[in-house]
Design a protein around this ligand. Structure first.
Ligand code: SAM
Length: 219
């Protein structure tokens, strides 16, 4: 029996679909960046408010952070927001027409669904996550506050620009916002970085980039 199973595995190893059968690193964050996010969760454990991940895609980071919360008894609600169908076309048009980005960016993250996301949470025995399907530009984020910790990860300038002030106004004292994609060297997603820079300047906050691309905002 073991011999047959080994043979099947060997066939999988030589097939063009090898990556689907063998482990691969599939996070959008590096190990140091993920550890930093867990540090933010620990630091805000006793801060009033919920946790939100805005732009959660298929839930990779959501699972990781929620398992960390279980292990460390961080008892907070976790809001996961996404269109669950990729970028909003007007936001992509802005990147292409006003910010000279390649129109292929519109193809990212389209293969997704809220039902799949919810099922993935269930399969991982995570029950504290509430998912909301919306364009954050048409959604009143402040109605879900106060926030203790927010991971803002929607990549493009327009939704970042809209979400930042709204989240900040509902962020508790000692709360933390982490803005992903604040890496000046990655041209494709520098809309996040632009929105981050403008926001910290406007509010006279500390400009603080950690682990190459995580823009930090604290209250
Ligand atoms: C980089 S992915 C998020 C990755 C996720 N945080 C993780 O760590 O695995 C960006 C997500 O933002 C979502 N998104 C982009 N614009 C949005 C908008 N206006 N409203 C809601 N979600 C949006 C996309 O659908 C996509 O799933």
């Amino acid at each position: 029996m073991l011999l047959i199973r080994k043979l099947i595995r060997e066939l999988q190893f030589h097939s063009p679909w090898r990556r689907y059968f063998f482990p691969r690193y599939s996070y959008n964050f590096s190990p140091n960046q993920l550890c930093f996010l867990t540090k933010c969760l620990s630091e805000t454990k006793n801060v009033n408010g919920i946790i939100a991940e805005i732009g959660c895609e298929v839930g990779r980071t959501t699972i990781f952070l929620n398992k960390f919360m279980d292990e460390n008894e961080i008892d907070k609600d976790y809001l996961a927001i996404d269109t669950f169908s990729g970028f909003v076309s007007e936001h992509v048009d802005y990147e292409v027409n006003k910010r000279n980005k390649n129109k292929r960016i519109k193809k990212h993250f389209r293969l997704n669904s809220k039902r799949w996301f919810d099922g993935t949470m269930k399969q991982n025995r995570i029950s504290r996550v509430k998912s909301i399907q919306c364009d954050i530009n048409n959604f009143d984020l402040s109605s879900y506050g106060p926030f203790a910790f927010v991971l803002l990860d929607v990549d493009l300038y327009i939704p970042m620009k809209k979400a930042l002030p709204e989240i900040f106004s509902s962020l508790s004292e000692e709360g933390i916002i982490v803005v992903d994609d604040c890496d000046p060297n990655i041209d494709e997603w520098d809309g996040s970085y632009q929105a981050y820079k403008e926001f910290v300047k406007e509010k006279n906050l500390k400009f603080d980039i950690q682990y190459k691309k995580l823009g930090i905002i604290k209250k």
